[in-house]
Ligand binder design. Structure first.
Ligand SMILES: [Zn+2]
Length: 179
């Protein structure tokens, strides 16, 4: 659902990298893989795999939805090869079902759609959009640090050690903060 001509900043670039490097398929770590056709790009041209936004970055204020509110939300992004990216953008119902399969519950479809409703609610938060717009540099720094942390965690995982390769968002969940 992206529009042409959206300016990419360094926060977008670092965010895109973490989405692709720490992609999962059926809950298993699959770095630089397409989450739809499952093709592995780790040994190919990594430009062939893209960060796809579920709610497009260009949607600002349309029906109360703000692209900026979830522009850097890991749950709003999928790692897709360019042909699968093009396919989901022209097939919105399929796109929604793919999102549900990956994020709808822990590793499968959540028929209550509570996870999707949470994402949609966040996308309508104007103050979240304003925060992201005003804090692009801090968000860029967060995802650069996150990509460095993930590199180490992915190496640990590949060595058979315990690793935390979940992608942490720049906004902490309220129930985890300040405890
Ligand atoms: Zn693909």
């Amino acid at each position: 659902m992206g529009f042409g001509g959206i300016k990419r900043n360094s926060a977008d670039a670092h965010f895109s990298k973490v989405i692709r490097m720490a992609a999962t398929i059926n809950g298993e770590l699959a770095p630089w893989h397409c989450q739809l056709c499952e093709k592995d790009y780790s040994e190919r041209n990594r430009q062939g795999i893209q960060c796809s936004h579920f709610i497009g970055r260009g949607i600002n204020g349309l029906h109360g939805t703000y692209g900026w509110a979830v522009r850097y939300c890991p749950l709003n992004a999928l790692s897709l090869c360019s042909s699968c990216h093009g396919f989901v953008e022209s097939h919105p119902v399929f796109h929604t079902n793919l999102w549900r399969e990956i994020y709808g519950s822990i590793y499968g479809r959540d028929s209550s759609d509570s996870a999707l409703n949470d994402l949609l609610r966040r996308s309508q938060c104007k103050s979240r959009a304003q925060y992201a717009h005003a804090n692009q540099r801090a968000i860029s720094t967060h995802y650069l640090a996150e990509s460095r942390r993930l590199e180490q965690e992915i190496e640990k995982h590949e060595a058979g050690k315990e690793a935390d390769y979940a992608i942490y968002s720049y906004i902490r969940k309220p129930h985890l903060s300040d405890t």
